[in-house]
Design a protein around this ligand. Sequence first.
Ligand code: DP6
Length: 325
Amino acid sequence: MTMKNSLAHPNIAFIKYWGNRDQNLRLPANGSISMNLAALETRTAVTMLDKAEADRLFINSEEQSGQALARVSVFLDILRTLSGCKSFVEVRSQNNFPSSAGVASSAAAFAALALAGTEAFNLQLSEKDLSRLARRGSGSACRSIPAGFTEWQVGTSDNDSYAQSIASPDHWDLWDCIAILESGPKTTGSTEGHNLAPTSPLQSARVADADRRLAICREAILQKDFEKLADIVELDSNIMHAVMMTSQPPLMYWNPTSLLLMKEITELRRRGIAAAYTLDAGPNVHAICTAKNKDIVQRHLASLPGVQWVLVSPVGGAAHLLPEN
Ligand code: DP6
């Protein structure tokens, strides 16, 4: 029995994906830009099952059922349709970071699954088509297929909504210091959150202004202009959270420590330390910083009350296959 193995990194968005114009195909309301995180990885193995009547899914060695399995099976159905092969498969996925860290893992998970899955079903896909496929599993996963700093084109349909690299990992030595905060009550997942985006009166303004923010962010990356990047990354995070907070029902992902850290990070920048904050659908605070400042930023964040620990990562490469074993 052959087993296909792959590895993918999660990513942190500088310009966020929030809301879909087609929830089923995961066609986003706006384009987005992110950076892959080299230090965090998901390794996935896919094996064809000969006589099984359902797919099986193991995450960090624990067998999954219910929603997690259903989501993966719906994704595998796309591969069964594309390949004409009806077999069920076993998926084993291992993260090198604890799930309790609250670091979103669906991007790395579906990027790795798209890659190992297509190999298992004997489909040869281009990077573009792999990114389109990963998008169907989790929107942000399409950005974890190419290397380095990547941009997900909003596109007009399933055919042209995918991510491409805009700069390689060695273009700019940026780091992400992720402050993991005391775990609070379970937050609303992003899939549910995307559905609520249109209920905020601010979402249309956020989407209307997205091309402008994308252009500034792209330029800041290409020019390695940290000040420019910091301003647009923080603005974009604030705009997304404004939409979340004004949805019906409102989504409030920040906790008091999140707010403290945002203030500390802008204060560091005022004192000349290149760091900028951004938050996803949870309270953890990501501080994007230059290589020179990563130790200071990490130490400072770790010293603040309410911070459990700080993960640090440089820019990561593309999702790739691993040797068969
Ligand atoms: C706030 O890609 O996790 O992290 O497509 O439902 O899996 P699904 O959503 P997901 O949404 C990511 C939301 C975000 C912003 C971002 O990464 O762009």
